[in-house]
Design a binder for this molecule. Sequence first.
Ligand code: 13P
Length: 401
Amino acid sequence: MAAVTVSAGVVFKQGMSSLGPSEFVGKVAKQFAVAAPTVKSQNAAVISVRAAGYDEELVKTAKTIASPGRGILAMDESNATCGLRLASIGLENTEVNRQAYRQLLVGTPGLGEYVSGAILFEETLYQSTTDGSKMVDVLSQGGIIPGIKVDKGLVPLAGSNNESWCQGLDGLASRTAAYYKQGARFAKWRTVISIPNGPSELAVTEAAWGLARYAAISQDNGLVPIVEPEILLDGSHGIDRTLEVAQKVWSKVFFFLAENNVLFEGILLKPSMVTPGAECPERATPEKVAEYTLTLLKRRVPPSVPGIMFLSGGQSEVEATLNLNAMNQSPNPWHVSFSYARALQNSVLKTWKGQPENVEAAQKALLVRAKANSLAQLGKYSAEGEAEEAKKGMFVKGYTY
Ligand code: 13P
């Protein structure tokens, strides 16, 4: 019998691809019903599941990002979201202003001591600073690995309870190959789950399947995928309900990651912390958030995964750091760290205000936050002396990124 390959769980015999589409489908159906089990047992040695092309490099990249005392700066706001950030300090959403802001972030001296990776939006991956250096080169020279947001954003999920799904699989293989050439070594795909809107079985399955396909395609092209099913803070539910939903979501995510032959040693996770809904009157201490979040992770995440890089999700800068610190009070099977956007950038923006003379002070503000989270990664952070501004929550209902 001819050699067979396995693709998404379907067994194909060689030569079938020369058939016309309908004939092909009919033949596959027949093969499936009758011959598939025999094919499997007689040809176990020739079934190939995935090419190992970039495996070594993926593992190395993931380990470098998940190195002690370091985490990720998420600065991959779409141009529209970056515009909202700029508007909050009275700046227009022009390419020049976006360049000025992103240049401030990537050019912060000494940032690489606390930050191992920076997630960029496509515009920034191909953008240069005003003195003509490529932003990716500035990062690499500072010891920071450039990453790229590859999803194409959220749209309504037809047939669901007003939930959404994440677009971007079409053309992803060629896009990730091009991003690798441009210097990116890891990728991010953010999909969301809403607790008050269900979540429906359909939305959870769609989210998990999309993440798994994205992860397989990214690894195939040399990029470490950050797997991010963000469970939104929206809602008045308590922390137990968040844990219940998170367990469901992560079990499906890992099921499909395995089905898609994703190399677990070459991925990073970006979960939401397990907290009560933003409108729940009963708040949780950092110790309780840590207890629930670590319970979730221990129940669902294999120790082969190198790093868990949390999102901040609208928590205040100090709250996000305190929660991370609480999770690192005793050793974990994985590196438990940060991949914050709002919880790293809020003070920076407020200090910068779009004024060139404030750039240095704004970079210092970024270093303060980065260092605080670095200490939290090591379980050694104290909130003593933190500014009032850093304690202000940033939750926005139905936040899009
Ligand atoms: P926040 O930390 O602002 O939630 O953003 C992280 C992120 O990258 C979301 O995808």
